[in-house]
Write a protein that binds this ligand. Sequence first.
Ligand code: NAD
Length: 353
Amino acid sequence: MILVTGGAGFIGANFVLDWLATHDEPVLNLDKLTYAGNRENLASLQGDARHIFVQGDIGDAELIASLLQQHQPRAIVNFAAESHVDRSIHGPAEFIQTNIVGTFALLESVRAWWNGLVGDAKAAFRFLHVSTDEVYGSLAAADPAFTETHRYEPNSPYSASKAASDHLVRAYHHTYGLSVLTTNCSNNYGPYHFPEKLIPLMIVNALAGKPLPVYGDGQQVRDWLYVKDHCSAIRRVLEAGRPGETYNVGGWNEKPNLEIVHTVCALLDELRPAAHGKSYREQIAYVRDRPGHDRRYAIDASKIERELAWRPAETFETGIRKTVQWYLANPDWVAHVQSGAYREWVQTQYSGN
Ligand code: NAD
């Protein structure tokens, strides 16, 4: 049994679905179901006894202690977080609460339980913390990509809160001997991505005939990784990563935001031409830049490639095509998320796991 936190969110849900498609080992999925948690993402697991869903907070020490005692997981993969940079600018408190205080509380619960383990169970246990490349701050155009030894320089409340959680996880290894692993990944995209993030927002707005808002000049550079490649990297680190180590995960796909928007528009022009007969590019609208907007992130993923022989399976071109196709094939999912109906769906469709 593994315990996954935040497994109803974008990456967590993809991870749980992929895990159960490739492993017999059950998953205990703990998620608070904030606005970003959507059990409809896990609909295909309905009736699958290998998936146990518990609604709860990583900061709830009593709940975590009882789940650990009852299920004795051999590993924890911690996805649970507040994850949207813009939301962190408008209201940082929840980011501090979940990403810092929550991770700390989870580590404390895990430490207390893990201390009581003996022998192989104690030695084999792993705590994998899923983090972001945003902790490293912003790069100038000519700077080399972030390696694992790049100093932390977070610039938003989101990245600062993730940086703090990374440091706590590290400290629990060095101070208490907990076998932790940390992954710092670049921007993910793919199925089940909440339409507040760049790529799904562009797809959804384009199809709805709405403006495609591009911050500033659109020349902010990000590295992009198809979500299922991130999931395969996490599985690989869990399987073979060295305790106490951090691994950068990326797709070697540095692209300016505007190019991403152009690519999405071109795919939609091909796959679902607009009724007005023009390219979706006509809907692009430049908006005032985000305060403190980092100019460039770039991930050097050579350590995970060298040490763990992990490589992404998708190129940006194949991954983005699959993503656009997924959104076109799942209008109900989009409509439910946009209307908030996925909350109702939880009540009506789900009663058990
Ligand atoms: P998301 O916002 O889609 O999902 C987060 C999930 O965590 C939601 O299901 C939410 O309900 C749950 N959650 C929030 N607070 C919780 C709490 N206190 N207790 C239990 N569950 C809680 O986020 P995501 O994009 O899937 O990101 C998952 C993780 O990966 C985050 O830690 C994020 O920092 C990291 N990450 C994301 C990206 C990316 O591009 N999305 C890139 C690198 C790293």
